[in-house]
Design a binder for this molecule. Structure first.
Ligand code: ATP
Ligand code: MG
Length: 385
């Protein structure tokens, strides 16, 4: 068997649903009625819609935990409707709310479950388990031999994600994976899933109740009405900008301008460029750079151009040489969302945030330029309708 390192992950494949229908015995209406859908390879597609609209049923037909009554499902162009469901499921990761761990198996054995069924050798499974625990932010040395009851809800959920990825399936299905954890853990898990996905490019289908989660994570969002009727299937940007109908508009709810902030990146806005100073530089030299009388603050950089502190000229003048700041300041990456930038600004005592690109300082994003940007979005929305 070949060595399995992290550069050999298998990328996603396309999923097609063609006229897929599910009638549960005795129900007057189908739970899923004639669903036609293409999920592109390597994308994360979010299923949202009211309770009972058929999200879980649609998802479980993809790995045939539920058999369709009618229709075909194609994976990477191949009709899998009549394939052996057990074999099919080994190629499709599945992550459920709470992690769905086996309580009597250790974390490592839970993650290694499917590779074990696939008869990988023990050494490879062990490597794989450690690699995946690392990937989801759990130190293997600490967590590998623990039991599920010895983990927090968020940690169990991480293990669930690791298990879904364990056999390196091209497709991962997730049913409300982060539904059972607190909002802060949830947002951290979402960030982690996004960074895992940017590395692995799986095809991920994720059911959620939370439209904000769908906007944050989804390359595309499928909004369903009862009977799994498609209300809209599009990118978050397009859905927010132009809801297809009143059902969608209601579903995405109020405050969609604010929601757009989670789609916009810091580097789409222009930055301010206050005077910068190097640690150890004579303050007199720094003062010479203050051409504009209106300017009164200075960004202190270290010898690797990392921003260290942002202080007033008045504070700086108490020193003869630019001091080494004794606190760690929060910075934001140029690719962060405006939502995260606003959070960082609210936590800092300045009217803005220092922006970095690969830890190097690039400028200051001011609170005013974000509010100005929000105003322009509102005006666009106003004139567009
Ligand atoms: N095993 C079953 N037998 C009969 N009816 C079922 C079964 N599972 C689901 N249903 C029905 O099918 C419809 C769709 O259910 P499904 O679980 O797919 O909804 P959902 O969109 O996932 O809802 P939720 O958001 O509450 O999880 C519902 O009306 C439900 O009552
Ligand atoms: Mg469901």
């Amino acid at each position: 068997m070949t060595k399995n390192d992290q550069h050999t992950f298998q990328a996603g494949v396309e999923i097609q649903l063609q006229g897929v229908t599910k009638r549960y015995p005795g129900a007057s209406e189908p739970a899923v009625g004639n669903l036609n859908l293409t999920i592109p390879a390597g994308e994360m597609v979010m299923f949202v819609g009211p309770s009972g609209c058929g999200k879980t049923t649609s998802l479980k037909m993809i790995n045939r935990l539920i058999e369709p009554t009618e229709g075909r499902i194609l994976i990477d162009g191949e009709d899998v409707t009549n394939k052996n469901p057990t074999q099919l499921r080994r190629k499709i990761g599945y992550v459920i709310q709470g992690g769905g761990m086996m309580p009597h198996l250790s974390v490592g054995d839970n993650v290694g479950l499917v590779p074990g069924l696939l008869k990988w050798d023990r050494k490879r499974i062990r490597q794989r388990v450690d690699e995946l625990l690392d990937l989801v932010g759990l130190d293997p040395a600490i967590y590998r031999d623990r039991y599920p009851r010895e983990l927090s809800g968020g940690q169990q959920q991480r293990v669930g994600v690791a298990r879904g990825l364990a056999a390196d399936p091209p497709i991962v299905l997730m049913d409300e994976p982060f539904g059972a954890v607190d909002p802060i853990t949830r947002s951290r898990l979402q960030d982690e899933l996004m960074s895992i996905q940017s590395e692995l490019n799986k095809t991920i289908v994720c059911v959620t109740h939370d439209i904000d989660e769908a906007i944050k994570l989804g390359d595309r969002i499928l909004i369903l009405e009862p009977g799994a009727q498609i209300a809209q299937y599009d990118t978050p940007e397009n859905i927010l900008a132009a809801p297809a109908n009143d059902f969608v508009a209601d579903f995405i709810g109020a405050g969609s301008t604010l929601k757009q902030l989670s789609l916009r990146r810091v580097n789409e806005l222009s930055f301010d460029h206050p005077v910068t100073a190097r640690i150890g530089e004579p303050v007199a030299d720094v003062e010479k750079r203050f051409a504009d009388v209106g300017e009164n603050s200075v960004v202190i950089l270290d010898d690797r151009s990392r921003p260290r502190e942002w202080i007033s000229l008045r504070q700086l003048r108490r020193h003869t040489h630019v001091p080494t700041p004794d606190i760690e300041v929060q910075t934001i990456d140029h690719r962060s969302t405006l939502n995260d930038a606003l959070d960082a600004m609210l936590a800092s005592h300045h009217g803005g945030a220092m922006v970095t690109e690969r830890t190097r300082y690039v400028g200051v994003l001011s609170y005013d330029s974000v509010t100005e940007y929000v105003r322009s979005l509102n005006e666009q929305a106003g004139s567009g309708s």
